[in-house]
Ligand binder design. Structure first.
Ligand code: 2HG
Ligand code: ZN
Length: 467
């Protein structure tokens, strides 16, 4: 690393927080999938918005691009370097401040993990509306930057819906600070909403103000074995109407459950396998189990239904679903395609995607699971070369032909970039490019993520389906 650049960065963040030793850099250079990895010039670890601003000004002057990174739990290659950028790790911004226990709002540093925030606010009777399996490592800043979804979107929406204020640093070092704690604040463009889901390409998020939800301590979980995804979706429809406390409706299939059981050594939930599994969670101030049982009674086979209320039993059922990601990773490096389908097309998509994959790449081993309540399937594929994206393209084209979206909750990153135009129009993409150019004209913030700043030269056609 250039010694002069190092000296200038050290003057802002301190010598202990500019890391360029290859062994120390390594964990910041590869993402959770292990499919996306690249060399960083260095890792810089600021502790405040002012330090972030100082680092961005130095990097901009030196022409060095910056990749913002939280817990590095991303799954689309958007938070790791590609070609010698500086990784800007936000994990030291880990203060939980200004918790309004009456209004249910809290201001949180970007580097606070979801799990720490959950523990903090639950002690006072509040909860975070978003929950996801990587809660121990995922940071709030990264979750806002990617507009994370998770298992409770059907009840509380994604991260953008929890956001009521933001502090973020623009590429030129200017600090946006909108942390008003006002529920009504109609004074121009919604900058927090714009930055949510911008994947580190428009600004570096340093603090956010979140709306909380009342803690619902009484919980009931049901796991059902079913003949098909279509049958599972019919159960979800019935339970949604009859059990108003429904927070999660998750599906998985035998090939995924087998992997989880092998990896975790958990006992199989049922004495025999089923073609599809549905996990439902209801929550409320009082025990939701009777309402859930009553809602299931007309639609579920009692021999293929487990109901759990105490914590250890609920966790055991959840493990069958939540431990898919780690069990798949233990098996190999997967291609991960996180897609949404319109509710009425999801059941037909499942056999169609399996058939498409078998035709395009017979060696592909699809493992499907996801959030049935909001049409979000995680199509994980093992058995492919990490650089072979023929299966990715085939699946995403199929999704577009079903009227779905090529990214439900993980973002575009670099993994989905070639297919962005399948579900965003030329007008959308040029508006996004114009916003990017206005906020980051030198293109130093996470360049190459979501789309390239420059469209193809006039007269040069973009390959179909590619940006
Ligand atoms: C989940 O729903 C996460 O568990 C990860 O979004 C999905 O590993 C995946 O593909
Ligand atoms: Zn998910």
């Amino acid at each position: 690393m250039d010694p002069d650049l190092r000296r200038r960065l050290e003057a802002v963040v301190g010598a202990a927080h500019v890391l360029d030793d290859p062994d120390t850099r390594a964990s910041y250079e590869t993402d959770w999938t292990r499919r996306f990895s690249g060399p960083a010039a260095c890792v810089v670890r600021p502790a405040s918005a002012a330090e972030v601003a100082g680092v961005l000004q130095i990097c901009r002057a030196a022409g060095i691009a910056v990749v913002p990174q939280g817990g590095n739990t991303g799954l689309v290659g958007g938070s790791v370097p590609r070609a010698g950028e500086a990784v800007l790790s936000l994990r030291r911004l880990d203060a939980i401040e200004d918790f309004d226990e009456v209004a249910g709002e809290v201001t949180v540093g970007a580097g606070v993990t979801l799990e720490r925030l959950q523990e903090h606010v639950r002690a006072a009777g509040w909860d975070v509306g978003v929950d996801l399996a990587s809660r121990a490592s995922a940071t709030i800043g990264g979750m806002v930057a990617t507009n994370a979804g998770g298992v409770r979107v059907i009840r509380f929406g994604p991260m953008r819906h929890q956001l009521i204020g933001i502090e973020a640093v623009l590429a030129d070092g200017a600090i946006l600070r909108r942390l008003p704690g006002l529920l009504k604040d109609n004074t121009g463009y919604d900058l927090p909403g714009l930055l949510a889901g911008s994947e580190g390409t428009l600004a570096v998020i340093t603090r956010v103000r979140l709306r909380l939800v009342p803690l619902r301590p009484a919980r009931a979980v049901a796991l059902l074995g079913l003949p098909s995804l279509d049958a599972a979706l019919q159960v979800v429809r019935a339970v949604r109407r009859a059990a108003p406390g429904l927070e999660a409706a998750e599906v998985f299939f035998p090939e995924g459950l087998d992997l989880v059981l092998r990896h975790t050594h958990l006992a199989p939930p049922f004495p025999r396998p089923y073609p599809c599994y549905l996990l439902l969670e209801c929550a409320g101030p009082a025990d939701p189990a009777p309402a859930l049982a009553a809602a299931l009674e007309p639609v579920a086979d009692p021999a293929a239904t487990l109901l759990a209320t105490d914590r250890a039993d609920r966790d055991r059922l959840w493990a069958c679903r939540e431990r898919h990601t780690e069990a798949i990773s233990a098996e190999g490096i997967p291609h991960k395609l996180d897609v949404t389908l319109p509710a009425d097309r999801l059941a037909a998509f499942e056999p169609a995607v399996r058939a498409r994959l078998a035709a395009v790449r017979p060696a592909a081993r699809p493992i499907l699971f996801g959030h049935a309540g909001d049409g979000n399937l995680h199509v994980n594929i093992l058995g492919l070369d990490p650089d072979d994206d023929a299966a990715d393209g085939a699946v995403l084209e199929l999704v577009a032909s079903f009227g779905g979206s090529i990214s439900a909750e993980h973002g575009i990153g670099i993994a989905k970039k070639p297919w962005l135009s399948l579900t965003r129009s030329p007008a959308d993409i040029s508006a996004m490019r114009a916003i990017k150019r206005a906020l980051d004209p030198a293109g130093i913030l996470n360049p190459g993520v979501i789309f390239d700043l420059e469209p193809p030269a006039p007269g040069v056609a973009e390959p179909p389906g590619r940006v």
